[in-house]
Ligand binder design. Structure first.
Ligand code: ADE
Length: 254
């Protein structure tokens, strides 16, 4: 899969692809990327990429002529072009999974107040928000989206990790433990040492439900769980866990 990122600060993107899982994906030939400096497409003496907003107001707006030239130069026209913005549709596991079906994605990173609306209208296919807050760097938002997408590219991480993570079936993930068995007076839950796989699965499922109830109770609505792909049998188990006293005081039992 290829990511082409248009940015005023391409070093952000280079540093991302130089580290950890993304770097491994690049080295294995599973991921490719291009970090393109938008400023290379500005032609005035100051190489300016932004200007004051028509109608007045605070901040600067990124110029349509410069961005359009950059988008044409990387052959993004007619392709999937993502613009990370707090006014976009919310990022979710489903949005990431859908983007991951593409072979190539383009990102335009905004700074300042944003980019000229005519560029959005003509070239951008997806305006995506990473959450209800504003950050200064569109690059960071683009990297969040890229990070979510690239780990779904087959071979980048193990398929098992993908199946057992938060949101995969509408629930938050269960807790993890590793050696030592006892640390600072706290023991790993016995069931995890038992070698009894069915019991471990059952415990993990219950812990997922408990965590979801504590942190994101709205995710446990039956319709939402069904939409997230949780089986009817597992949805019944969720109800049982909630009914068996879970609703008032799920906690540290093991
Ligand atoms: N740029 C600034 N804030 C953002 C957000 N919340 N999501 C996506 N892009 C952004």
């Amino acid at each position: 899969m290829k990511f082409t990122v248009l940015s005023l600060f391409p070093d952000f993107i280079h540093s991302y692809f130089a580290c950890s899982i993304a770097a491994r994906g690049v080295n294995k030939g599973l991921l490719r990327y291009d970090a393109v400096d938008i400023r290379d497409f500005a032609h005035d003496v100051h190489r300016s990429c932004d200007d004051a907003p028509y109608g007045g107001g605070a901040g600067m707006v990124m110029k349509p002529d410069v961005l359009a030239e950059a988008l044409h130069a990387v052959a993004a026209v007619g392709k999937r072009v993502v613009y990370p913005t707090p006014s976009g549709r919310p990022l979710s596991s489903a949005v990431i999974a859908e983007l991951a079906t593409e072979r190539e994605l383009f990102f335009v990173c905004g700074r300042y107040e944003g980019i000229d609306q005519r560029v959005l209208d003509r070239y951008v296919t997806d305006e995506i928000s990473i959450g209800d807050y504003v950050i200064a760097s569109g690059e960071l938002a683009a990297m969040v989206i890229i990070d979510g997408v690239m780990r779904r590219v087959p071979g980048v991480i193990s398929g098992e990790s993908l199946q057992q993570e938060s949101f995969e079936q509408g629930l938050l993930e269960y807790p993890h433990y590793t050696r030592p068995e006892e640390w600072d007076g706290e023991r790993v839950p016995e069931v995890l040492l038992s070698g009894h796989h069915a019991k471990i699965e059952e415990w993990r499922f219950r812990k997922s439900v408990e965590k979801t109830l504590r942190v994101r109770p709205e995710l446990l609505e039956q319709d939402r769980l069904e939409a997230a792909g949780l089986s009817a049998e597992n949805r019944r188990t969720v109800m049982k866990i909630l009914d068996s006293g879970g609703r008032d005081g799920l906690g540290k039992d093991d």
